[in-house]
Design a protein around this ligand. Structure first.
Ligand code: SF4
Length: 493
């Protein structure tokens, strides 16, 4: 049982005596504890006066993390939703508990709230089961959480609560029909809630304290939804990072720096110097290929981060230009040279295939980069994903390549990488196509999924004639000048 295995350390005192709320992460515990969106939601609800009981979805069951609570006893359910495929688990949770999924039929019993990355770009796939959807960064939604707390405490009924929450510009209230909404954002990452509240050896990164030191990304690669929804780029100050890590070091000596592109942090060098002698094991979520050098690799190595990932993303310049990746062959060559100079014997490499206009030579380019890596005496482990044209990106209106087409390309790559002795891992074509459908869903999809007994079967039928129809445009992802002032604004370029 879950409760017998998990030992947790909380970095903040648990709130008791607040209004009980079920905070649900519809995926495994290991993923939940390492998900900073989930940690931030926990912190946000507790600060607003709620007493969060965490639930996860594991082995086909909804489980309370503390092990002794029944979700049916909670009057408010808050889902933290980061990944498209987790939407399927949300529907499973309603089926397994026997709770009515459709908000208009359920009438607030329980009251169901959604937040998390999916609400930034397209919540249509779960639209009709939500009473309320918070759009954007949870730290910017505190006033609304206090209001929610007040409405529950005062015992206001479902309709009254919906009507009060509908006044917030960052909130959708589907039973009232929806409206245009804005993403909430914070200006200063010093106000961020996105660092670990809970530590556990059972987390995806072990007992590692994770802190988001950068939000948004200056590079704006065309395929990357994160750079669009988290725009404008913001960096946490060195002082603030040091303050947070110093506190966490009382509980663990493993630290993870999280961000869209951590190597862009203007004070990364100083931070790494400060970490020397303080942490036993550092991990860094992402480094730009063109920022890698032997000194940086050496420093990371000395701090226990022995795994370097390079993301050329495509095999030819034509395809990298299409992806607006802004790196060239020379950058790749330099990175390999630096990896070799640092004495590393293996790297992970990320590529995307199935791009518009992609030809055989573009696939051959991927194999060629893997071969060049081997020629440097470095073993590449290649991870390859099909392009999923996501909302908010320049690809949002194009069709994802058909499954047969993608599988043909996958076989070609797999066989040619195999011929040069390179191991490759491909994201499932079927699940990637489902991600595409969910990420580009219209609101009708939530009704189909709510009324279906065989949801994957329903998606399979839909898939054949699926067309991306940008019906998520009620979300305004533009920044508010009053919030960001003179911060550097990243534009699609
Ligand atoms: S560098 Fe990474 S995080 Fe930044 S836009 Fe490109 S893919 Fe996204």
């Amino acid at each position: 049982m879950l409760q017998e295995k998990i030992i947790e350390t909380f970095l903040e005192s648990k709130r008791f005596g607040g209004l009980p709320i079920a905070l649900i992460f519809p995926n495994e515990y290991a993923v939940a504890v390492a998900n900073l969106g989930f940690n931030a939601s926990y912190r946000a609800f507790e600060k607003a006066g709620f007493d969060c009981e965490r639930f996860i979805y594991s082995d086909g069951k909804i489980r309370s993390v503390s092990g002794n609570k029944n979700i049916l006893d909670f009057k408010v359910w808050a889902f933290s939703l980061s990944f498209e495929l987790d939407v399927m688990n949300v529907f499973e949770i309603f089926s397994k508990t026997g709770v009515e999924p459709l908000a208009k039929m359920r009438k607030g019993k329980p009251f169901v709230i959604f937040g998390g990355a999916m609400t930034f770009f397209n919540p249509n796939s779960f639209w009709h089961i939500a009473d309320t959807i918070f759009h954007g960064e949870i730290e910017g939604n505190q006033e609304m959480l206090f209001t929610l707390h007040e409405t529950i405490e005062k015992g206001l009924n479902w309709s009254e609560t919906l009507s009060i929450l509908n006044d917030f510009e960052n909130v959708s209230v589907p039973p009232l029909g929806g409206k245009n909404v804005k993403l909430s954002k914070i200006r200063d990452l010093g106000d961020s809630f996105a660092d670990s509240v809970m530590l556990s050896d059972s987390g995806a990164f072990g007992k590692t304290y994770l802190v988001e030191i950068e939000r948004g990304c200056i590079h704006n690669c065309a395929f990357c939804v994160a750079s669009k929804i988290y725009s404008v780029v913001r960096f946490m100050s060195l002082n603030e990072i040091e303050r947070r890590i110093s506190y966490a070091l009382e509980y663990t000596d493993k630290v993870g720096l999280v961000g869209s592109s951590v190597s862009d942090h203007p004070e990364l060098h100083e931070l790494l110097e400060w970490l020397k002698g303080r942490v036993r094991r550092l991990s860094v979520s992402s480094l730009r290929l063109d920022a890698i050098n032997a000194e940086l690799i050496g420093t990371l190595n000395s701090l226990g981060d022995r795994e370097i990932t390079l993301a050329p993303e495509a095999g030819t310049q034509k395809m990298r230009d299409l992806l607006k990746k802004k790196i060239n062959d020379e950058d790749i060559e330099n990175a390999l040279h630096e990896v070799k100079k640092a004495g590393l014997k293996r790297v992970k490499m990320y590529f995307i295939y199935g791009l518009p206009g992609e030809e055989q030579e573009d696939l051959d380019g991927i194999v060629e980069i893997a071969a060049r890596t081997k020629a440097y005496g470095i073993i590449p482990y290649v991870s390859i994903n099909p392009l999923i044209p996501k909302p908010s990106t320049p690809f949002e209106s194009i069709e994802m390549r058909a499954a047969d087409d993608l599988r043909k390309r996958e076989r070609y790559l797999q066989s040619n990488l195999g011929k040069i002795g390179v191991k490759s891992k491909f994201e499932s074509v079927r699940l990637s196509r489902i991600q595409w459908i969910i990420s580009t869903a219209d609101k009708e999809l939530s009704l189909i999924l709510a009324n279906s007994q065989d949801r994957f079967g329903s998606l399979k039928k839909i898939e054949k004639k699926w067309k991306s129809d940008p019906s998520w445009k009620y979300i305004n992802n533009s920044w508010k000048e009053s919030v960001f002032g003179d911060l550097k604004i990243s534009k699609e370029g």
